[in-house]
Design a binder for this molecule. Sequence first.
Ligand code: NAD
Length: 375
Amino acid sequence: MKLPPTQRISRRKFIRDTSLSAAALAWAQRLWGADVSASLASTPAKKLGVALAGLGTYSTGQLGPALKETQFCKLVGVITRRPEIGAKWANDYGFPAKNVYNYDTMDKLAENPDIDVVYVVTPNGLHAEHVVKAAKAGKHVICEKPMANSVAECDTMIAACRDAKRSLSIGYRMHFDPYHQEMIKLAQGEFNPFTKIAAEFSFMMTVHQWRIEKKLSGGGPLVDIGIYSFHAACLAANANPLAVTAKEMPKKRPEFFTEVEETIEWTMEFPGGATATCRASYNDNVNRFRADSAKGWIELSPAYSYTGIKGSTSRGPLNFPPMRQQAKQLDGIARSILDKKDSPVPGELGRRDMVIMAGIYQSAATGKRVELKYS
Ligand code: NAD
């Protein structure tokens, strides 16, 4: 049902105003450090039903298993190009074969009350199309990072979910990781402000796949893994960057990386003078984050892995028990839907990151410092 015109206008204004950096940050901050295993305001009558769209490596290795551990949601359907794989998932996860869809039958999701949430885990260039289809079918949506290929696509996705009155979240799993929550706590408290941040994520890409095809990926290591380092840097700086300066490094394997960058380096400038120096590459193996302030430092290495993060601060080593980030993330988002609250990792935060990445690519292309505009 559409909102009456007066409400639509004020809601539009609200979205326009709140898509500014400070509000996106405030939304994201609300859950930082919170215990997502805590009980709901009211006990849900049922777990939310989730359908995974895209049954590739991440769904198979991480999200499916996480949905066996979640308290507030469970896997009840899939959207896939391959019906035989869908049937296998139905069998493995114990949901009915009727809950297997393909991308052309997503409108039929509207008739299926089992499914409350669609989690889009397809190649980046397809996120916008699949999120819009899910929203039009009246489902809440979780979309993997990076949110899309452009800021314009992010706007379309946010508008589709807003018009359908459905929640839109981004799969930012690090928000739910205890090492990153500790970093955020220090950034907002004892070590505030972090003024010097250095972050890098890289791995050796050797297999040809959609990640090196620009149309499906939207970019190279920056959008795939660099997003982790600058997102963490924003959390450490407790702000959004004002400007970026970036440089694409010469390719060592130009015949392999014909459409996207192989390595990119960039600097971000934050309000108050803090800076972050970041690097992302498909030709290296580094996974590291460090933030320094006059009062102390934190270092994580590896910093962005699913498990096995190691960290220490100027006060000593950090030692958190093993956990599954994706289960916490799914429950955190499910809880926000059940409680009818804003998502802890909203679409607006994904859009903010798209603005930053567009600025980084613009700076690399022009050789100039780029001031970022979030509205
Ligand atoms: P993948 O290639 O393993 O899986 C992609 C899936 O999309 C496959 O099941 C494929 O069949 C399906 N698909 C549908 N239409 C397609 C098309 N036209 N072309 C190609 N594939 C199509 O990829 P993945 O590693 O699972 O990544 C999927 C998404 O999840 C990406 O957006 C990626 O950035 C994100 N991801 C996030 C994390 C995280 O830690 N949050 C980790 C890995 C991947």
